[in-house]
Design a protein around this ligand. Structure first.
Ligand SMILES: [Mg+2]
Length: 229
């Protein structure tokens, strides 16, 4: 099925680096340290869901270039607070600073991550394409030892291009010095990673709990990649 593939491109967040877990640990610490249960009159789980929803909406506006990086960072906690009728912009900035300094240092990787990369590395060129901020993504990869596995690490902010824009996939081919028939993208986002890669003429494998999209190759676990490569 993947005959001819020589270059394997991975997404970073929630594909290799366990964003959900690493971010959740820090959010829970901050929720406790800032006594948000009293201020927001809610529990951690409700706060976490509200934050995730706000964060997603902010990223979507960022991709559409409706807001910039600074706005995204400095307002997502504030917006979340407001959902619980709590308004404190200064405290939002403090929490933002704490969150940004702690979260990228998380070391949890998705199950099987290093084992699979060790299996692939001798026979394939491995690369990263990630939508994110350069200083943050570099810390994550440096601290977990991921960095050493990859030939090219393409971070959207450095090129002013984000997945699913086909231009970032063309750029990736150029940097890897290969053609689209040799490329497969592995990621957890249907829109950014999978539809982006397929739209650029690449192959794609979707890491997801879902199993309902018959026309897309879905895996539930990174270990499964060893069956195909
Ligand atoms: Mg991802």
């Amino acid at each position: 099925m993947y005959k001819g593939v020589k270059h394997i491109f991975f997404d970073l967040d929630d594909t290799l680096w366990d964003f959900e877990k690493n971010s959740g640990i820090v959010l829970e610490q901050l929720f406790t340290e800032y006594n948000l249960s009293q201020k927001l009159k809610t529990d951690y789980n409700a706060f976490h869901s509200a934050y995730k929803e706000t964060n997603l909406a902010f990223w979507s506006r960022y991709y559409k270039q409706q807001i910039n990086k600074q706005y995204l960072r400095n307002n997502r906690f504030h917006e979340t607070f407001k959902k619980f009728a709590y308004d404190n912009y200064e405290e939002n900035l403090e929490i933002t600073e704490q969150y940004l300094s702690r979260a990228p240092h998380g070391k949890h990787l998705k199950n099987g991550c290093l084992e699979v990369l060790d299996h692939l590395k001798p026979n394939y060129h491995l690369h990263i394409i990630t939508n994110g901020f350069k200083e943050i993504q570099h810390i994550k990869m440096h601290n977990t030892g991921l960095k050493n596995y990859f030939k090219n690490i393409i971070i959207s902010e450095e090129h002013n291009l984000t997945k699913p824009n086909p231009k970032i996939f063309r750029l990736a081919e150029k940097l890897a010095n290969c053609n689209k028939e040799e490329c497969v993208m592995i990621g957890d986002s249907l829109e950014s990673d999978i539809e982006g890669a397929l739209g650029a003429g690449w192959k794609a494998i979707w890491l997801t709990d879902r199993t309902d999209k018959k026309d897309i190759h879905q895996i539930q676990h990174l270990y499964q990649l060893k069956e195909f490569f």
